[in-house]
Structure formats: structure tokens, C-alpha cells
Ligand binder design. Structure first.
Ligand code: 2HG
Ligand code: ZN
Length: 456
């Protein structure tokens, strides 16, 4: 192992090979505190050539790698199982000039979403994906996990924002498709395959990101409703009446109470209600009047608030965006991120409490999500000792409703045993064949997404 450490030090410089327990610790545990493992070393390369040298050194010794971006993942995909070299990509922060005519930009995998947003906005452009962890989540990690976020309704998930990528493969060779051609119909879309592959097929080092026009005028509304079914019923009216709609987010009474207690926020309305939907409209010209008019005509809205100035918009968004932080402050949650067909979302919300209570009566359930995609974030507090039973009952219910066991967070280590609920045996065999072709020795993120192969 001393040979490996020496080779890694030669590859990236002594100060970027961390072996000290205290220095490694921040990388070895995920953001939620639920997943952790000991890395042989944490290695912090600065560019693609250094990533190649690290991969070659690990391959030589047969030591697997765990790939990590901003460590904001929620399914344990970026933390070690034990003994791997942890490759942190946060130093790959090169940012190229924005290609304004093409509305694209090439950036290093370690650039955070917040950095990219600021870089694009100088040119009146923006990133189609946005999420609460914007100041820590890296573009490489977001592509590797095909992150979703709060604007999927308008722009799609991260995969839709990717015009090209550079990646280091398990044998140390490099795929580079950063030309950003708008049309390129030349066979297998390897870049798209890497999106959402969770570091199991290659290490993304640079990304060519599609940008969207920045929409400077925004308005936000918060609606109080009697239930999730009303939220779903309103969607067609909202989409038709508000072409400027970019976000439609759902949260419930107990989540709001938790957020308010954690962040010390005032109530949004004089009374409490069972369900809330937050809408954001963004456009070139002020969408406020249109939003106010549409909201006034909506049936079954029990109360509403509209904010136009930046401070007011932030205040309404805080009720939704602070959910993750408030939940984590209350304990280490079992986090499940699921999608069901929209028509089944109310059934899921209705059936979850009793389904979970049947296996873990004492737990606290916090539900919120991206209502337009039927995407519910199921957070279960005080469930640490019953994590597998809770996961099993929730994911089986989702599967029964013909949903997906991962909407946007990925499979990671957390959901590997349940992959068969969303993918057929034939699909999993095909996925394993792709993995074996690109990474025959199982060096990249073993045990993430697909079960680790036991080497004979
Ligand atoms: C969000 O939508 C993120 O805020 C995190 O996907 C969800 O904390 C969660 O469960
Ligand atoms: Zn989400």
C-alpha cells in the first residue's frame, strides 16, 4: 500500500493526498450523516491529467476508487464502503469563456452550480437546473447523478443540460466530447450514458453545459390547500394559464411546522392548512399580474400569498427550501426519493403513514417534493434502527403504484437491494454488461448502483 501512496503523491503532490483521520473525515461521511466509511486515502487531483495518473496508480495496485463531487449526494454514492481511494474532484474548477452564440460553456467537474450560475448570468444566460445545495453541489456530481431540482418542470433534469463531457475511464483512457455540436448522430450516446451512471462507468472531468436565457423578472405564489389531490388537480390549469411557470413545489403541514421551528420563520398565513404549493413564474417581462389573475381564478385555494420583490420571493421559498436542513437538524433521516404517476400521488401521500407505521410505529414522516413530476421526498426521522424495513415498505408501495424508487437522487449504496423494483432482470443484466465492458475489474464506485461483484 506504501507503493500506492507514493504513486498517488507523485500524481497530485504530497499535500493533496490526505491520510490523516481528521483531514479525511469530512470526505468520509455523507451530508446526512447516514453513510460513512474509511478511505485508504483522499486524493485531490487538479486536472484531467492528474485524474488519469491517479486511476492508473489505483489500477496497478487493484485498489478501487470512490468518486466524490461536493459530497451533497443523498444516497451514499460518494462515500467509501471501506479501503478505497476517495477521489475528490473539487479542485477541477477551470471555467472557460461562455460560448454566447451557442449558449454553452465548458467547465471543470468541480465547479459548483452557484459558480456556474454567476458565470452564465454575466452574459444574460442561466443554468436550467437549480437546487437548494447550489453552493456546494458540483456540476460533475450533478451530471453523474442526473440531478433534478426545482426547475425540471421547465427545463428537464441535468441530463437535458449536457451538451458534452470529458471522462476518464477505468483503464486511464480519456473520452473527450466537448465540441458541443447541436446535432451529432454518430452512434451510441456515450455522454448520455455517463449521465446518471453514478461514477460507475467513468470519472467526469469536464462538462459542456447548455445554458438557457436568464429570466430576470420573477413572481412567487404560495397556495394553501386542503390536500395533495387538489395540488395535482390544479396542475393542468397552472401549466395552461402560466406559460412562465418554472416551479411547482409541494409541502405539507408537519414539514412547514418543522421548518418554521428550525429557521424561526413566521407563519405564511393566519391559519394552518394541510397542504401547500409554491409556484414560481419567471419571464423577460414581469409575470406578477398574470400570476395574480390565475391564482384568483383557481378553485379550492384556501389562502394565497404572492411575492414579487426579491426579499419576498426568498421568504416564500424558504418554507420549501429549508426542508432538507430542518429535517437533518432534527436527526439522521432515512431519505427516500420516489416518483409515481401523477394520478397516484394523492394515494401515495395517503397510504404512506399507515404503511410506515406498520413496520416502525414511532417514526416521524416528512413529505414534500416536486409536484409536477409526481416526485415525493419521503423523509423518515427516528427510524435509524428500522431503516431497511422502512425503505422496503415505502419502495414496495411505490412499485405497486407503478412508480420509480429513485426520482432524482439516484440509487447510490442506499437502494441497491431494491433496484429490481424499478428495473427488470433483463435491464439489470444489460446494465451489468455495460459496467463489465467499461470497468472489467470493478474499480470505479464498486457497490454503487449495482451490487459489487465478489472477485474470485
Ligand atoms: C430537494 O428537493 C432535494 O430539496 C432534497 O432533492 C430532498 O432532502 C430531501 O429529501
Ligand atoms: Zn428534490
Amino acid at each position: 500500500m506504501g507503493t500506492l501512496l507514493n504513486a498517488l503523491r507523485r500524481a497530485v503532490g504530497d499535500e493533496h493526498v490526505l491520510v490523516d483521520h481528521d483531514l479525511k473525515r469530512a470526505y468520509e461521511t455523507d451530508w446526512t450523516g447516514r453513510f460513512s466509511g474509511t478511505a485508504h486515502a483522499v486524493v485531490r487531483p487538479a486536472d484531467t491529467a492528474e485524474v488519469v495518473a491517479v486511476v492508473r496508480a489505483c489500477r496497478e495496485e487493484g485498489t478501487p476508487l470512490v468518486i466524490q463531487g461536493g459530497n451533497t449526494g443523498l444516497v451514499g454514492g460518494g462515500v467509501p464502503a471501506g479501503g478505497e481511494v476517495l477521489l475528490s474532484l473539487t479542485r477541477l474548477t477551470a471555467v472557460r469563456e461562455v460560448d454566447v452564440p451557442a449558449a454553452q460553456v465548458t467547465v471543470g467537474a468541480g465547479v459548483t452550480l452557484g459558480m456556474l450560475q454567476r458565470h452564465a448570468r454575466v452574459h444574460g444566460l442561466d443554468v436550467g437546473v437549480d437546487l437548494a445545495a447550489r453552493d456546494s453541489a458540483t456540476i460533475g456530481g450533478m451530471v453523474a447523478t442526473n440531478a433534478g431540482g426545482v426547475r425540471v418542470l421547465r427545463y428537464g433534469s441535468m441530463r437535458a443540460q449536457v451538451a458534452g463531457a470529458e471522462a476518464v475511464l477505468a483503464d486511464g483512457s480519456v473520452i473527450s466530447r466537448l465540441g458541443g455540436l447541436a446535432k451529432d448522430n454518430t452512434g451510441y450516446d456515450l455522454v448520455s450514458l455517463l449521465c446518471g451512471s453514478e461514477g460507475t462507468l467513468g470519472i467526469l472531468t469536464q462538462l459542456r453545459v447548455r445554458l438557457v436565457p436568464q429570466l430576470p423578472a420573477a413572481a412567487v405564489a404560495l397556495l394553501a390547500l386542503s390536500d395533495t389531490a387538489t395540488a395535482v388537480d390544479l396542475l393542468p390549469v397552472l401549466r395552461a394559464g402560466l406559460p412562465s411557470l418554472v416551479a411547482a413545489e409541494l409541502f405539507l403541514a408537519d414539514g412547514l411546522a418543522l421548518v418554521r421551528a428550525h429557521a424561526g420563520l413566521p407563519p405564511p398565513f393566519p391559519s394552518a392548512y394541510p397542504a401547500y404549493v409554491l409556484l414560481e413564474c419567471a419571464a423577460v417581462t414581469d409575470p406578477t399580474q398574470r400570476l395574480v389573475d390565475v391564482v384568483a381564478e383557481l378553485p379550492d385555494v384556501l389562502d394565497s400569498a404572492v411575492a414579487t420583490d426579491a426579499a419576498g420571493r426568498r421568504a416564500l421559498w424558504a418554507y420549501r427550501e429549508q426542508h432538507t436542513e430542518a429535517i437533518n437538524a432534527a436527526g439522521v433521516p432515512v431519505k427516500l426519493d420516489v416518483t409515481v404517476p401523477l394520478g397516484s400521488l394523492p394515494t401515495l401521500v395517503e397510504r404512506l403513514p399507515s404503511a410506515v407505521a406498520a413496520v416502525a410505529p414511532e417514526v416521524r414522516l416528512v413529505l414534500f417534493g416536486h409536484v409536477n413530476e409526481g416526485n415525493l421526498h419521503v423523509n423518515v426521522l427516528d427510524a435509524a434502527t428500522r431503516a431497511d424495513a422502512v425503505t422496503d415498505v415505502v419502495l414496495r408501495l411505490v412499485s405497486e403504484l407503478r412508480g420509480s424508487i429513485s426520482s432524482e437522487h439516484g440509487i447510490g449504496r442506499a437502494k441497491v437491494p431494491w433496484l429490481g423494483l424499478s428495473r427488470s432482470a433483463t435491464e439489470i443484466t444489460a446494465m451489468q454488461a455495460v459496467k463489465d465492458a467499461l470497468d472489467p475489474r470493478g474499480l470505479l464506485n464498486p457497490g454503487v448502483l449495482l451490487a459489487a461483484r465478489v472477485t474470485p
